[in-house]
Design a protein around this ligand. Structure first.
Ligand code: AMP
Length: 300
């Protein structure tokens, strides 16, 4: 089966909620995406951690079918992000970002990974995402995720990246910020004009829109009774989406639609637990059950 490559952050996250805090739990865009993608296809992870990164996290990733041949362990401390969520979990504020070993990170794609057909450029500095692109050969699909920080401070590099990828994933506010369009259809069409054939606009608890060529597909988020921690939902969505595409070894419209539903399925599990705690409990049966729930929810 074709594999997928994920490049992104590997992190400790300190999370604050209305009534509790979770210091230094496992996080990072590459971690969420890799665990989600590995439900479908073999995953190769490229990133960096410090000497403080625990063996337990390494074992966890390895046990999930994630190849860590591209994970550098260097002197220094692992990237640390700290955020506080609003009481209803609908928004969050970054309290601090300690880049630590990430500050000098230059992604090196091992030779054995350079022919990997499916590539996810997780949310990191777009200059680094471009460096990854330079190192891979003839991929079938490159997807990239980004965030408001890079739209603000690395706009030119981000636009260059967008020109060169196949699928861009971003949230509604970022799409508006990058294009200047308040209307999401106009924003998506504008983004497609910048380069990628396919654009996915995430709307958090309101689901996601897939724009593929002239086609538009909408998927809701699964209505959940209890959300514990929304961190990583976007990365989980993207990783699962790409894993499913890799498994099918196809990028046609019907596959992409199902991939978006699988992305939403894994994201719904991700938010039910703190850090990756719930995500790692999902098995094939659970995945299928919730995939069918999505079908029921949207069939009429
Ligand atoms: P998400 O909730 O999908 O936006 O992703 C959350 C993850 O992004 C957290 O686990 C953080 O460790 C990671 N993260 C936060 N800020 C950055 C950043 N500036 N660069 C890379 N990763 C980040």
């Amino acid at each position: 089966m074709p594999s997928m490559l994920v490049v992104g952050s590997v992190a400790f996250d300190t999370l604050h909620f209305a009534t509790e805090s979770h210091p230094r739990v496992l996080g990072g865009s590459a971690v969420y995406a890799a665990i989600a993608g590995a439900h479908f296809a073999p995953v190769q992870l490229v990133g960096v951690v410090g000497r403080d990164f625990p063996d337990s996290a390494i074992h966890l990733l390895r046990s999930r079918n994630v190849d860590l041949g591209g994970l550098e362990v260097v002197d220094g401390e692992t990237f640390h992000w700290e955020g506080r969520y609003s009481d209803d979990l609908s928004s969050r504020q970054t309290i601090r970002t300690d880049l630590n070993v990430f500050a000098d990170f230059r992604p090196k794609i091992p030779d054995a990974y350079r022919d990997t057909p499916y590539v996810m450029l997780g949310n990191i500095d777009p200059t680094l995402q471009l460096e990854v692109l330079e190192q891979i050969r003839a991929p079938k699909l490159v997807i990239a995720d980004t965030m408001n920080l890079w739209i603000d401070i690395k706009n030119d590099a981000l636009r260059e990246l967008v020109r060169r990828i196949d699928l861009l994933i971003l949230n509604d506010e970022e799409a508006m910020q990058l294009t200047g369009h308040k209307n999401l259809i106009k924003a998506a069409r504008n983004l497609q004009d910048m380069g990628p054939d396919t654009v996915i606009i995430k709307k958090g608890e309101h689901g996601a829109l897939l724009f593929e060529g002239a086609d538009v597909f909408a998927v809701p988020a699964l209505p959940l009774e209890a959300v514990a921690d929304p961190t990583g939902a976007g990365d989980t969505f993207a990783g699962a989406l790409l894993g499913y595409v890799a498994k099918q070894d196809s990028v046609d419209g019907a596959t992409l639609r199902r991939a978006v539903v699988y992305g939403s399925t894994l994201a719904s599990y991700c938010v039910e637990g703190v850090s990756t705690h719930r995500l790692v409990t999902v098995d094939t049966a659970a995945l299928q059950t919730r995939f069918e729930q999505f079908r029921k929810l949207t069939t009429f």
